[in-house]
Ligand binder design. Structure first.
Ligand SMILES: [Zn+2]
Length: 348
C-alpha cells in the first residue's frame, strides 16, 4: 500500500523530470550509444589478460541508480539486476572506489583493474531498507545496500562503496530513505560503514529555476539536516536534481544560507557517459558525467562490452598510487597538478 504511494510519487517525479530536463541528455546518450555501436563493429580483438597496459587517463564509469525494486523500469533497477551489474563488474576486472577518491585522484586500485563509482539519487527505500527483527534492525538483503554488503563479504577483494544523494525534506517515500522512524540510524549506518552521503538539495529543487538565495538555501539546508542526524559529517558532493545547473554555477560549489556555509568538491550531472580521469587536463570535478543504470545501449553493460573491445579507452591502473601511467601518445594530456603530485610513467 505504502510502496504503491511511493511508486506514484516517483512516477510523478520522473514524469516531471522527463518534461523538464531529461530529453536533452538522453538524446546525447543515444547518439553516444550509436557511436559506441559503430565503433564496436570495427574492432574484433579481445582483451588479452596478460597484455594489459596501464592507462590512467582512460574513462571511468560513475554509475547512477535511482529506484531499486520491482519491476524493472527506466528509472528503477530490479534488485536481481543490480546484483548482476555488480557481479559483471567484478568478473570483468572493475574495482569499486569512493567518489571522493576519484575526485581527489587518490586512487588505490590494484594493477590491471579499472576503477568505477556507484551513486544513488533520491534516497528511496529500495536503496536502504531496515527490517525489524525483535529489537534489532537488519539491513534488508534485497535492498541495494544489503546486496552490496553481501557481495562485499563474498568478494573481499571487491570493496563496494557508494555515494547516496539524499533528500531530507521531500514529503513521503523519498525523505531520507522512506522509513522516517529510522532516518537517523540509516545516516549513521552509512557514515559508519564507509559509504558517502551526498547532497541532492533539500527537496529536489530544479536549481536552474531558482534564484541565488534559493539555490544556497537548497544546498545548505540539505547539509544542515544531515548534520542534525550525524553531527560533524562533511557533505561535499552535489548531484544536481534533474541534472540542471544553477544559473550562477559558483553557488553549486560554495555558498551560505542564514550563516550556514557549505562547500562541494564535486558536482554530478544526470547523464550520459564515462567520467574523465582525474589526471587528465580535461577533468572537471564540477561537471562529472554519469552512466544511468539499465539494460540500454547507453547503460553499464554496453560500456563494459565496449571497453572489453576497446581496452585502450578505459582507465587501467598501474597499481601504484604514487605514479600516473599514461600511453606515450597521451603524455601531453596529463594535467599540471598531477605532474607536480605524482611520478608520470610513460607506457610504450
Ligand atoms: Zn533526483
Amino acid at each position: 500500500m505504502h510502496s504503491k504511494r511511493i511508486g506514484l510519487i516517483v512516477l510523478i517525479a520522473v514524469g516531471v523530470a522527463l518534461l523538464i530536463g531529461i530529453p536533452k541528455w538522453k538524446i546525447a546518450a543515444q547518439e553516444k550509444a550509436s557511436k559506441i555501436a559503430q565503433g564496436t563493429s570495427k574492432v574484433t580483438l579481445p582483451v588479452s589478460v596478460n597484455n594489459i597496459k596501464p592507462n590512467e587517463l582512460g574513462g571511468i564509469m560513475i554509475l547512477e541508480y535511482h529506484l531499486i525494486g520491482e519491476p524493472e523500469a527506466e528509472w528503477r533497477r530490479a534488485p536481481e539486476n543490480f546484483r548482476k551489474d555488480l557481479q559483471m563488474l567484478y568478473d570483468q576486472g572493475y574495482y569499486p572506489v569512493p567518489l571522493e577518491d576519484l575526485v581527489s585522484g587518490n586512487l588505490k586500485v590494484p594493477a590491471g583493474k579499472t576503477p568505477f563509482v556507484i551513486t544513488f539519487d533520491d534516497s528511496s527505500q529500495g536503496q536502504f531498507r531496515f527490517l525489524k527483527q525483535g529489537n534489532q534492525l537488519l539491513v534488508d538483503p534485497n535492498c541495494a545496500l544489503g546486496i552490496m554488503e553481501s557481495l562485499k563479504k563474498q568478494h573481499p577483494d571487491f570493496p563496494l562503496t557508494a555515494t547516496f544523494y539524499v533528500l531530507p525534506e521531500i514529503p513521503h517515500g523519498l525523505r531520507l530513505f522512506g522509513q522516517e522512524e529510522f532516518m537517523k540510524q540509516k545516516l549513521e549506518y552509512l557514515a559508519a560503514h564507509g559509504y558517502e552521503i551526498g547532497n541532492h538539495t533539500y527537496w529536489h529543487q530544479n536549481l536552474g529555476k531558482t534564484d541565488d538565495i534559493g539555490v544556497q538555501k537548497q544546498i545548505a539546508l540539505c547539509v544542515k539536516e544531515v548534520q542534525s542526524y550525524v553531527p560533524g559529517y562533511r557533505v561535499h558532493s552535489l548531484a544536481l536534481p534533474l541534472g540542471v545547473h544553477a544559473k550562477n554555477r559558483i553557488l553549486e560549489q560554495d555558498g551560505s544560507y542564514q550563516g550556514f556555509q557549505y562547500h562541494n568538491d564535486s558536482i554530478l550531472l544526470v547523464g550520459s557517459g564515462p567520467a574523465i580521469s582525474p589526471f587528465s587536463r580535461a577533468f572537471d570535478p564540477y561537471k562529472l558525467e554519469r552512466i544511468q543504470a539499465g539494460d540500454t545501449a547507453w547503460g553499464p553493460k554496453s560500456y563494459v562490452s565496449y571497453y572489453a573491445k576497446n581496452p585502450s579507452q578505459k582507465f587501467i591502473s598501474d597499481g601504484d598510487p604514487t605514479t600516473v601511467s599514461v600511453p606515450k601518445n597521451l603524455a601531453d594530456k596529463v594535467r599540471n597538478i598531477s605532474r607536480n603530485k605524482y611520478k608520470i610513467k610513460i607506457v610504450e
